[in-house]
Design a protein around this ligand. Sequence first.
Ligand code: AP5
Ligand code: MG
Length: 232
Amino acid sequence: MNLVIFGPPGAGKGTQSKFIVNKYNLYQLSTGELLRKEIINKTPLGSEISSTMNSGKLVSDKIASDLIEKFISNNEYKNRLIFDGYPRNEIQAENLNKLLSKYNQKINLVLKLSVSLDIIKKRIIGRCVCSICGKIYNEFFNPAPVNSDCCASRFLQKRSDDTLDISISRYQTYEKNIKPVVDYYNESKLLKVVNGEKQINEITNEISGLIEGIKGWLCVITQYNYAGNLNS
Ligand code: AP5
Ligand code: MG
């Protein structure tokens, strides 16, 4: 089972992906996290993309495509991927389909988290991430536990693109590019829109229900194919 989760900055893609990954033994492929690692590790790619990311714009489609192909082509992740933040435009949506077909896979479910700009601003300004375990917190909505060794305040970090100005720019980039992606997945009947303004656990429950529905279908199809093979 491969999933796509998309939505504006701060919609909760990373938060929900981490729950889904644990519950269903999937692998979270966050293009944003992979790109940030390049910057932290001071690689040539990192220095190429850092100003683009800090302006709230998208890095090139080629860079993003090369990153995801490494995972799609790896058998360890076959049919276990959750694409967090890919695709972000029409070219990427078409490219994802091509890459998955090339490695004999497909998308089973696409989740769109809807959240208004007002809420997004507070989520982005309040976000902090544990540099040890990667857990995502929020000063306003979801503070880190006080007596935790791992997620102690000295380990909590802010992202350099989490300023008010850059968050608005990221939101505008999202709005400018996303309509064809929504249309693309609507036409293929894979799209489920989830209200991303609810409580974190309510959203997780809703997403789990959608995944269970898909898993049920996948099971029926597999049994049908198996029976077909036996009879033929
Ligand atoms: P990326 O890192 O993906 O950033 P983004 O899309 O802006 O999304 P965020 O990570 O900010 O938000 P999220 O939806 O994951 O929210 P989270 O769960 O953390 O990409 C960064 C950059 O990389 C892009 O701008 C671009 O430059 C580049 N890039 C990435 N992919 C690319 C691609 N495919 N092509 C080209 N360029 C690409 O939650 C946010 C906060 O809200 C947290 O504090 C959390 O605790 C809180 N929260 C979450 N859910 C709730 C809730 N239900 N209620 C209350 N609080 C909540
Ligand atoms: Mg994220």
